[in-house]
Design a binder for this molecule. Structure first.
Ligand code: COA
Length: 333
């Protein structure tokens, strides 16, 4: 019997209409456009409307990915969503809500929590489901309303994050040349306190104390996270390239997690990537966590830079701590 491979066949994304720029942040906290631009490379982020939820953004990204795959909704047999800002903590899952809004029923659907590494984690799960023969067409979506857990009086975090969603269809193929070549995903929970949203959860269930102390907002050890991100992202890429006997110059699009331009630059330099190889969207979207990588892929798709067969290297890092990388060709049209 011929082997089954998983292929990345389409991409879609959505960014909400409202824009929060650095000048607006100057009015909110003690910061400046110059500081933010120099330290992070971020100029703007998109912010969801009050009545626009993680599932709504996810649905818009999924609709594009489904349409571009040429598949009917009936052909999708698994829906997975990566998010740390689900519609509800934690039932029903955002994947269930997205499936319902898309009109996909009686199909397995669930969320995963891997923070910014979520989308690449989903790729590894989709690949395993497909290669095992259990599923044929998997819809994966990273969607975040990060603004719902950001404290807009904390200048250390509020300048970084934005909202958005990105989705892809991963389909079965017998053609090895179209396969997702490799996905590495890993974690080290001993660094869990670098990025944490303390509440609500079983440690701190919702209470007046949670609200008074702002435990519902994301807390970050920025500088420590920065240093570990550069080290881990660089090592992760070295490992996956070596494991697959690929040189960095063979990569058409290096798509790193869009957290901070200085992190991307340091990793790009260490790996000797040219500027044309590095995909950058952090200036306009900020860090959109699990949506960051698929939003960046969608950007090069919509601008016409991403062509069928192009070799992509994805590299991400996030709370947990988690990290992941993937080597794959784009098989969309
Ligand atoms: N505006 C102006 N000053 C700011 C500021 C802001 N928005 N945020 C922090 N500062 C100040 C600090 O208070 C500190 O002042 P001090 O020297 O008087 O104490 C100074 O700038 C330096 O702070 P530091 O935290 O060392 O700056 P940094 O160069 O590390 O930049 C981040 C801060 C948050 C931009 C950076 O650490 C970062 O991007 N970290 C990684 C974040 C990340 O990737 N998170 C998600 C991972 S998925």
């Amino acid at each position: 019997m011929s082997k089954t491979y998983a292929s990345f066949v389409s991409i879609g994304a959505y960014a909400p209409e409202k824009i929060l720029d650095n000048k607006m942040l100057e009015e909110m906290v003690d910061t400046s456009d110059e500081w933010i631009t120099k330290r992070t490379g971020i100029k703007t982020r998109h912010i969801a409307a009050d009545n626009e939820y993680t599932s709504d953004m996810g649905v818009k990204a999924c609709e594009k990915a489904i349409e571009r795959s040429g598949l009917s909704k009936e052909a999708i047999d698994l829906v997975m969503c990566a998010t740390v800002t689900p519609d509800y903590f934690n039932m029903p899952s955002t994947a269930c809500i997205i499936s319902d809004k898309l009109g996909i029923h009686n199909v397995q659907a669930f969320d995963i929590s891997a923070a910014c590494s979520g989308f690449v984690y989903l790729l590894s799960i989709a690949k395993a489901f497909i290669e095992s023969g259990m599923k044929k067409n998997v819809l994966i979506v990273g969607s975040e309303k990060f603004s719902s857990i950001v404290d807009y009086s904390d200048r250390g975090t509020c300048i970084l994050f934005g909202d958005g969603a990105g989705a892809a269809i991963i389909s079965a193929t017998s053609d090895k040349t179209k396969a997702i070549m490799d996905v590495h995903a890993s974690a080290d929970g001993s660094y869990g306190d670098f990025l944490v949203t303390p509440a609500p959860g079983s440690v701190h269930p919702a209470s007046q104390k949670v609200l008074d102390e702002g435990l519902n907002f994301v807390k970050m050890k920025g500088n420590e996270t920065f240093k570990l991100a550069v080290k881990t992202l660089t090592q992760d890429v070295k490992n996956i390239l070596k494991h697959n006997a690929i040189e960095s110059h063979q990569i058409k699009h290096f798509v790193p997690h869009q957290a901070n331009y200085r992190i991307i630059k340091a990793v790009g330099d260490a790996l000797k990537f040219d500027d044309e190889q590095i995909v950058l969207t952090v200036d306009k979207y900020g860090n959109t966590s699990a949506a960051s990588i698929p939003m960046a892929i969608n950007d090069i798709y919509e601008s016409g830079r991403l062509k069928t067969g192009d070799l992509m290297l994805l590299d991400t890092f996030g709370g947990g701590l988690t990290w992941a990388s993937a080597l794959l060709t784009f098989q969309g049209k």
